[in-house]
Structure formats: structure tokens, C-alpha cells
Design a protein around this ligand. Sequence first.
Ligand code: NAD
Length: 268
Amino acid sequence: MKGLKGKTALITGASSGIGQSIAVRLAQEGCNVVINYRSDPKGAQTTEEVAMQQACGQVEDCGVQSLLVQGDVSKEEDIVRMVNATIEKFGSLDILINNAGIQTEKPSHEVTADEFDRVINVNLRGAYLCAREAIKHFLSQNRPGTIINISSVHEIIPRPMYVSYSISKGGMENMTKTLALEYADRHIRVNAIAPGATVTPINNEWTDDPEKRAVVESHIPMGRAGTSEEMAAAVAFLASDEAAYITGQTLFIDGGLTLYADFREAWS
Ligand code: NAD
């Protein structure tokens, strides 16, 4: 896609799932990829191997490079270190993908303050601090930059038992718009994607159980869960110059999940 070749992208939580597919896709598009992981170096190595294989094939030095960076996005010092490591190796950062995310399931009246904070600190505060460090860098080098937040259909669909997750993604929508507006005149674009049900490790509970999976998929107008590659394709588009005039938007990629599936049948 236009404008991606030679850019450098930092992807948080890229040792599995959607983040892994995004790293692979951006490398395929010619980006240097910085693969952040928290606690799964093996997963991150797999991401790197697949990304480099897809980008370069048998060619030894095809111009695409990668960097693995351990870091916990709920820790400010780790975020600063990650961004600095990126700039040290590649000279710049052009694309930030805020992908790291967690969720916990519990009745809302039983969630402890610590449990609530844990989810918000990763999904929302972490994403904001990563964005802040990226924007500081874009501004200091007076260069264009783009940020893509991996939100969720739950930024608009309430999700009982997952109150901190729902709040984090709702907040992410506002963060996307606020930062987009604040920096639009300085060539910084901020967008989000909102995946629907996607087959990744975060959903093992239903993806590994055919009966549960059938129930989940029965609510999706297109009749199937999405793939992380389908999410990565939209991220590549939003990061590219094909999307040069798009900012402050959330693109829903959900097989029609947000179209109120119950209205498929005419109600009398
Ligand atoms: P996943 O569990 O495979 O990926 C989440 C990644 O975040 C993991 O690699 C994990 O190690 C990393 N992570 C967690 N805490 C971290 C921290 N403190 N610091 C750094 N990394 C951390 O699941 P996924 O589905 O690929 O999730 C990726 C993103 O997509 C998440 O933000 C999630 O909310 C969002 N999403 C997923 C779905 C879905 O159905 N799979 C739907 C909507 C949104």
C-alpha cells in the first residue's frame, strides 16, 4: 500500500493474535517492525520470523528490519524505553499501533479497584502513554506520524461482566478523536479499528469449543468470526497514504455485528 515502504512501526502486544498479524502485514508492506511483547518472548520470535519471511522470502537483506522489545505498557518507564529503543535502531518512529489489551470477566459489583485498574492501565492508560511518547517524537522531528488504536465493538456495545474492558474501549474512542483533533494540523493522524469477535488467544474460551463458537457466530450477520489477518489488512490501509485524509475515525470490522443482528428477521 502507498507510503508504507521504509516506515517504522511499533506494535504493542505483538507476540500473538491481532498484534502478531499486524506486524507480519506491515513487514510485508515494507515497514520495519518493532515487536513489543510483555511475557512471551517465544511468541514474539515467531512474529519476527514470520514477518521477516513474508517480507523478504529468501532474500537476505531486503531492506526490512525488525526489533524485539520487551515491555509492559502499564509501566510508563517501559513505554519510554520502547520508544527510545525504536528511535535508536531506526532513527525514527512513523507508525504506532496500540494493540496490547486484556480483559477480565466478573459481575461489575464484585470487581475490586485493583482488578479495574489493571485493565484500564493496560488498555487505556497504556495506549495513551504510548501515543504521548509517539506524538512527542513526531513533533520533535517535525515529521508526519500515524497512530492506530485497536479498540473493539465494545467501544459502543455495552458488555456486561466486562465493565473495565467496555470502559477502556469507550475511552479509547474518545482518545482517538481527541488526539486526532488536537494534532490534525501537524500531520499526525489518529484512527482506530473496532474488531468484532475475532479468532485469537484472548477468545480461547469459545474458539476452542465448537458449541460455544456456534453460539457466538449465530449473532454475527456474516455467520462467522473474523480473522486477525482481516484486522491487519484494515490497519495497513489506515496506516498507509491511501488513508491520508482520514483521521479521528473508528473503522468497525465485525461481519455486521454492530448492525443489530436480531433485526435480520422482520419483526411483526
Ligand atoms: P491476544 O490476547 O492474543 O493479544 C493481546 C496481546 O496484548 C498479547 O500479546 C498480550 O501479551 C499483550 N499484552 C497484554 N498485556 C500487556 C502489557 N501490559 N504490555 C504489553 N503487552 C501486553 O488477543 P487479541 O485478540 O489479539 O487482542 C489484541 C487487541 O484486540 C486487544 O486490544 C483486544 O482488546 C482487541 N480486540 C480483540 C477482539 C477479539 O475478538 N479477539 C475483539 C475486539 C478487540
